[in-house]
Ligand binder design. Structure first.
Ligand SMILES: CC(C)(COP(=O)(O)OP(=O)(O)OC[C@H]1O[C@@H](n2cnc3c(N)ncnc32)[C@H](O)[C@@H]1OP(=O)(O)O)[C@@H](O)C(=O)NCCC(=O)NCCS
Length: 151
């Protein structure tokens, strides 16, 4: 893993995440864009020498994601550029956002992950997330996981 920076970006820079994932092919790009515009989705990126390597978002104040203002956040859209996976960047970015959530006084953070997604499940489990529910939507079967940040 090379030295990296983690920063929050706004809507104006979000299209640069096209260097990480295919924004045109992803079904929820427009929905996410609206959430960023509305202020319910904070986008964080990990860069190495200014190059976009990974994205992860924090969703707040949006009942669709089960968030509770000031108490429960939702972690979304964690993705590492394909050729940079397995080097610790995903863990570093997620751990940073967990620290941030704790600093901001949140008590819980939740997420959803496909049942078949072994790398993501391994990462989330090792960071202290546990499955609290099994669910299914148009994208298939998935686990809802959560982590208690404080009592
Ligand atoms: C899931 C993802 C974000 C992990 O990022 P990464 O930078 O590759 O992961 P890291 O190198 O930081 O590894 C962290 C942990 O993830 C798990 N992991 C990563 N790659 C794995 C693999 N191929 N198989 C099993 N576990 C794996 C391990 O627990 C690993 O910890 P370890 O190195 O101590 O064993 C990345 O694989 C990715 O972008 N996948 C596609 C998008 C996605 O599925 N996002 C999650 C949506 S819920």
């Amino acid at each position: 893993m090379k030295p990296f920076e983690i920063t929050r970006i706004g809507l104006e820079d979000w299209p640069k995440c096209g260097a990480i994932w295919n924004m045109a092919a992803f079904p929820y790009t427009e929905k996410f864009r609206e959430q960023i515009r509305a202020g319910n989705r904070e986008v964080y990126i990990l860069t190495v020498d200014g190059t976009y390597i990974a994205e992860c978002d924090l969703v707040k104040d949006n009942p669709e994601y089960g968030t509770v203002p000031g108490r429960r956040l939702y972690l979304s859209r964690l993705i590492v550029r394909r050729d940079c996976r397995g080097q610790g960047y995903g863990r570093a970015l997620t751990a940073h956002l967990l620290d941030l959530a704790l600093e901001r006084g949140y008590r819980e953070i939740a997420l959803g992950v496909d049942k078949e997604n072994a790398p993501a499940l391994g990462l989330y489990r090792s960071l202290g997330f546990a499955v609290y529910e099994e669910a299914e939507d148009q994208d298939g079967e998935f686990y809802r996981m959560e982590k208690k940040l404080r009592e």
